[in-house]
Design a protein around this ligand. Sequence first.
Ligand code: ADP
Length: 318
Amino acid sequence: MGVFKIGVLDFETVGQGSAEGSRLAGNAKPYNRTKMFTDAIKAAGHIPVVYKVEKCQMFFGEKAVILYNNKKIKGCDVLIPRIDFSLGIDLEISIIKQFQLMGIPVLNQYLPISRAKNKLRTLQILTRSKIPVPKTIIARRIQDVDEAVKRIGGYPVVIKVPFGSYGREVALLESRRSLYSALDILLRRDTTSIFLVQEYVAESDNCDYRAFVVGDKVIASMKRQARAGDFRSNLELGGTATSIALSDDEQKIAVRAAKSVGLSICGVDLLHSKNGPVVMEINANPGLKGITDASGVDVAGEIIKYAAKVAHQHKTQK
Ligand code: ADP
């Protein structure tokens, strides 16, 4: 198939997903994500090209170009963006888009990434594609909350903000009293005035199931269990991961969810509800280490295989 220059657009800080981590975590040891990719690229006989997003600038003259370390950037045959928007979604999304405009195949593209980043957009797309999701109301006014809670079936409920990640802006509220005070805190600190009130899927028993989708296949999966006393199973918050085989039905839902948003590499998080699996979230920048350790699958290697296939198709189509 040939040797390809495979680009990885990452950010400088390394860690289990999060640059900041969480004050609650404790077992989320930092790891070098970029190295996991560059090792896999070399192992597959390709050439790694690493771009750190902090070193990218955009120059608009006669045309737009990306400067890297103040010089015109050297291209690659395919790019894998691995950024988590710590610099702000607008800048990072524009940089990814600029790589696309340079004619480089990008996995994932900027538009699906921005859809998945926004829980409201994700819900719109999933329901349009008839993919089951937990009942959710998007609201802006505190005075609408009582009706919202009734409509989704009463307490307990989960509240979230559209752009939260690592489980940091997600809370489980058991009563009206706690919901009102929690919303007050949430809306004061968040930059958006929109919030999600979601049915609490109690049958999930503090676990969720991640399907790691590459192309049109689930290549690895894991069950994540929240740490004792929490309901959020994020590994960044001290959750633990074990290997699990997903049913055919769950795998099909995960692939359909990824396709509906337009992502070719993603983590689809499912909850087991009393009515079957529901998709709770799609992560366009899923962590690598937790799923690799839990599933025993060489996830980085699988991603690189897929990226090389895309680079090859792109070259032969030119
Ligand atoms: P984030 O994008 O910040 O990780 P999520 O929406 O994925 O936020 O929620 C974080 C965790 O909280 C999930 O992994 C899951 O364990 C738990 N959780 C979220 N929503 C629900 C829900 N509606 N019912 C039960 N558990 C939930």
